[in-house]
Design a protein. Structure first.
Lengths: 342, 342
DNA sequence: TTGAAAGCGCTAACAA
DNA sequence: TTGTTAGCGCTTTCAA
């Protein structure tokens, strides 16, 4: 590579324009009380020299960096990815830069990511805590210093504001639908994702309360677990039934494994997911799922962060999900399939 | 929220321990030449006061922040997400923090993300440039200041080091396989993703060179385009054929739409993807695809960044992909499907 | 309206 | 081994 250019500082611009660095600062920040000619001259000099502000110097002086951090457990979960994308847009529109860091599904990495963000004096932190209890320390460390919002998963006793979808309400929508579509005598199965994240636990508990006779399997939030759960079910000689997965990625794994083993969906097994974001376009048949209101959630997060300090008591925002009917639970009514050859 | 704590500085720790702030700095950085007792005392004071280093102060002084940035066009592409995850691990192991920013598939946002990272004095930048020509300015602005590597997509004439998979080689593997599995007289279709990103263009051109008689359709790197392309094909009254998609997400959309419209895979249509990451577990039947060597790519990026400056000439690292056989192109040999009831 | 000066928190050169 | 001091680039009083 060619030599890197030395970075141009305000001093350089000031000298070039024949003013003091205060004037450069004022010109760049658009201060009102300033001679327009001088401002022009400064801006031109900055342009000519290719000046770009050193945000570290600014942040050190101002005691804040115009950045909001997002820590998620794992980029590879499409729901989190969709969330990161949308949250970025929302913060950008509000004048913040969103920087994202993955905890690599590891507690010490998560803790490290928090420290690093704090050390960088970011303005606020949004975090999807990996673990319902073990993430507390990291979460509280952040909350002690900057406005912090937990999203999707929460450390219950932390007192840190939380935004998520109403998992119980979502599960109720699903349970009602399950009753509608499950034939007499067929099994209902809930394929969960452990109990160490609050969303997994809440969904599982809500389902257990409504359908205590269901069969419960527990794994992780990924496709592989869906495949594995399907194999487990078939090994148990289940011939059919309705399967509720606690995430769309799991539901997709279930569907594809069941189909690969010759089971028909929805005739033999019906499959229902949860999230409604990111992967539903991959599914065949289209997945019946509960859509989390991602736009409202992002708006709520921004709101909480902006208003931080005005509401001293801890806050919890639960937004209503909606059931999206796919073909993974109900046969097409028209039964029409376009004939070969279009 | 409760009051945020004032941040504790080295001064505070120094006073508490009864030493100078230089000693605090030394204790924390693990300098050899230091009285172990003093170090102990300092570390204890830091612990007691809950001191955490202000990385901005450090970075301003040291003229570098121990962070590497990654800018990608879009979190929602599972290949990019997988890449971000893996790259994070690799950099973490090498002692860097990886912060990720999305360009939101927009050039001015991409440009802004670059400026912001540069302003934060990060150590190096990895970027998947959105556009083969329009991203040049942002890319070169970065490269002028810090070690910069383009990944997956490139701005050809920029002279900025590039790491990617050998798209031509990948397409050759695919073309050979296409010849093997396509019945006499059946159509070969290439479903691309425009020509404004280098990877899309390279794959398309390589395929066109090998199979000029194929039908070429162009769209974007997402599932929706896969669905749409499938509909286009059926409208053209294609009854069957082999479809090569320039990304797995497109291939998944194609498969699910074709199947939803009653076509069988691989009997009627065979589908081949490109990327080999993350999404293949979702596919039914399992996708035949070209797997990009993601681990080697990440290693190459780290290597390039670490060695930056030693190799003045521009560098290009093309790594070999491999064909992964799925069932989307070939019928199972044993034809066995587990009987109902396991 | 402008400039001089101080200082954000840190580290590193230098002196003791 | 330790402390003193200077200064990274910036913004913000305070004076002029």
């Amino acid at each position: 590579m060619s030599e890197r250019s030395q970075s141009i500082t305000m001093r350089d611009v000031a000298e070039h324009a024949g003013v003091s660095s205060s004037s450069v600062s004022r010109a760049l920040s658009g201060s009102r009380s300033m001679n327009p000619d001088v401002r022009e001259r400064v801006l031109r000099s900055a342009e000519v020299l290719g000046y770009e502000v050193n945000l570290l110097g600014r942040a050190l002086r101002q005691q804040r960096l115009n950045v909001v951090g997002l820590i998620l457990p794992d980029f590879s979960n499409p729901f989190f990815a969709a969330m990161a994308e949308h949250l970025g847009e929302v913060f950008r529109a509000a004048g913040f830069e969103l920087l994202v860091s993955s905890a690599g599904d590891d507690l010490s990495t998560e803790r490290h990511a928090v420290s690093s963000f704090l050390g960088q004096q970011i303005q606020a932190l949004v975090i999807i805590p990996k673990d319902e209890t073990e993430s507390r320390e990291a979460l509280e460390a952040a909350s002690r210093r900057i406005p912090t919002v937990q999203f999707d998963r929460r450390v219950a006793t932390s007192g840190v504001p939380y935004v998520g979808c109403d998992n119980r309400a979502g599960i109720e929508l699903i349970a009602r639908h399950v009753r509608d579509v499950t034939p007499q005598g067929e099994r209902v199965v809930f394929v969960g994702a452990g109990v160490s994240s609050s969303s997994a636990r809440e969904r599982r508990e809500a389902f257990a309360a409504l359908m205590p006779d269901a069969l419960f399997l527990d794994g992780t939030f990924d496709v592989e677990w869906g495949h594995q759960a399907a194999r487990l079910l078939l090994e148990r000689s289940e011939r059919g039934g309705t399967i509720v997965a606690s995430a769309d990625v799991i539901a997709l794994g279930l569907q594809s494994e069941l189909q690969a083993r010759g089971r028909r969906i929805p005739q033999d097994f019906r499959v229902i997911g949860f999230d409604g974001i990111g992967v539903t376009g991959y599914a065949l048949p289209a997945l019946t799922t509960v859509r989390q209101p991602i736009e409202e959630m992002c708006a709520a997060i921004l709101e909480l962060i902006s208003r931080d300090g005005l509401h001293p008591e801890s806050t919890e925002v639960l937004l209503a999900p909606e059931l999206v009917h796919g073909k993974s639970t109900v046969l097409e009514e028209d039964g029409a399939v376009a004939p070969l050859g279009g």
